[in-house]
Design a protein around this ligand. Structure first.
Ligand SMILES: Nc1ncnc2c1ncn2[C@@H]1O[C@H](COP(=O)(O)OP(=O)(O)OP(=O)(O)O)[C@@H](O)[C@H]1O
Ligand SMILES: [Mg+2]
Length: 416
């Protein structure tokens, strides 16, 4: 664990959040600075207006610095969009029947790793399990005998240009990007308990412009991805459906929105001012059921899109029965129930856990990803490419990340 101050920056579509903290007592992380600001210039988790985004980032970081009473230089940044993609790669090496030595592991992990596809950068490379002569489920193969040693490595990549835009924008704010992390992975680190990551769980971060997800099994992330739809789309649908300004649509959504119909919906009436006639003009009176009929299909669509990513690769099967929903948009009433039905899983809402000093306003699901970034930065997560000499993700290829200082879980690192 690093002992110094660390800063996490979550550049979301709805809000930019900056947390400053350091390792606290026991398992917890002590948060000393919190700053958040409405997001400008971000669409579906991707930067579309550099100047606007720069202004929002600076405001969030300044607020966190003021609270912490310290200035930060290095930040760990999360990405939710950027076309996250995930694959499991197999690497193997011969053993000549002898016991597995450290040199065998080095040859396995550092020799002849497949290249990252063009125009993609590697965000994570996590070894998720070894096998010897076809026997799977080995966590530490050292000392075991066999002829063929293999490892599954979970790689998460993102669009190179999206990442470059994020790093450029952050650097324009006089900050240094020390690490880039896939947001759903961070959301899992903040919200999941060891029993869940051990048995299998899917974490779904329903944000403003993107919904990202990660599957954890036996303690490691084994699948991750994202779909470019989130709570903002629900708001846009309401604005269009009721011909009301976006600010009113957002308010109606948080006050009365629901993804599930209820018998009282026909009796309750909501009032929506019409676009262009906000001050004393025409107002639309509609039953609450009309709002539900706009919200529910969009939430269903988001969940179906997530399922369509998880099912073909068997991710929902290996993830067991548990889904943890997080992100601001999962707070819409009825979302957990709808998710339980559509995904056929047990659902719970996940908020950041194990953080001391989080203000009440930032302890909800919308801040899970940012809290997870802080945890990623302060703890050893066993990521192959996340080592001290790690360069900003501009270079291509896994090999360049796997220098001799590779941080690959405590037990292996000791021998490098
Ligand atoms: N109480 C609430 N009820 C319903 N929706 C809510 C509530 N609070 C926040 N939201 C919605 O959550 C969304 C924002 O979530 P979040 O803050 O997690 O997004 P973000 O991290 O900025 O975006 P992204 O991760 O997609 O880039 C918005 O669409 C907002 O309307
Ligand atoms: Mg987010």
């Amino acid at each position: 664990m690093r002992n110094s101050l660390t800063a996490a920056l979550d550049i979301g579509t709805s809000k930019i959040c900056c947390l400053i903290g350091l390792p606290g007592e026991g398992e917890s992380i002590r948060v000393t600075g919190i700053g958040h600001h409405v997001s400008r210039g971000i669409k579906s988790g991707t930067i579309v207006d550099m100047d606007a985004a720069e202004g929002s980032i600076t405001a969030a970081v300044l607020a966190a610095e003021r609270m912490a009473g310290e200035t930060v230089r290095d930040v760990v940044v999360g990405v939710a969009g950027g076309q996250l993609s995930s694959r499991l790669i197999d690497m193997q090496t011969g053993l000549n029947g002898g016991p597995v030595r450290d040199v065998d592991l080095r040859r396995l992990l550092y020799g002849g790793t497949p290249e990252t596809e063009p125009h993609r950068v590697l965000l994570h490379a996590v070894p998720v399990g070894y096998s010897i002569d076809g026997s799977n489920g080995i966590h530490d193969p050292r000392g075991m005998h066999g002829h063929m040693l293999a490892v599954h490595v979970h790689e998460v990549t993102a669009s190179a240009t999206a990442i470059r835009n994020v790093t450029t924008c952050v650097e324009r704010c006089h900050l240094n990007v020390s690490d880039v992390v896939a947001n759903p992975y961070a959301a899992g680190l903040a919200t999941l308990v060891p029993d869940e990551t051990g048995l299998g769980v899917t974490v779904i971060d329903m944000g403003g412009g993107a919904t990202s997800f990660a599957v954890f099994l036996e303690g490691s992330p084994v699948f991750a991805g994202s779909v470019p739809v989130g709570g903002t789309h629900v708001t846009n649908d309401i604005a269009r459906g009721l011909a009301t300004p976006l600010a009113h649509a957002e308010r109606l959504k948080t006050l009365y929105g629901s993804a599930l119909p209820s018998p009282s919906d026909e009796r309750e009436t909501i009032v929506a001012p019409q676009v262009g006639e906000e001050s004393g003009g025409t107002q639309n009176h509609v039953p609450k059921s009309f709002l539900v009929s706009i919200v529910a299909p969009r939430i269903e669509e988001i969940l179906e899109l997530v399922r369509a990513e998880l099912d073909p690769v068997g991710a929902s099967r290996i993830a067991g029965r548990r889904v943890v929903l997080t992100g601001g948009a999962c707070q819409l009433p009825g979302v957990p129930e709808l998710a339980a039905r559509l995904l056929d899983k047990q659902i719970r809402i996940g908020s950041p856990a194990g953080f001391a000093g989080m203000a009440a306003a930032t302890s909800g699901p919308a801040f899970a990803a940012c809290a997870g970034l802080l945890r990623f930065a302060t703890e050893d997560t066993g990521d192959l490419r996340n080592h001290a000499g790690y360069r900003a993700p501009a270079t291509d290829g896994l090999l360049s990340r796997l220098g001799p200082l590779g941080r690959i879980g405590g037990w292996l690192r000791e021998n490098l």
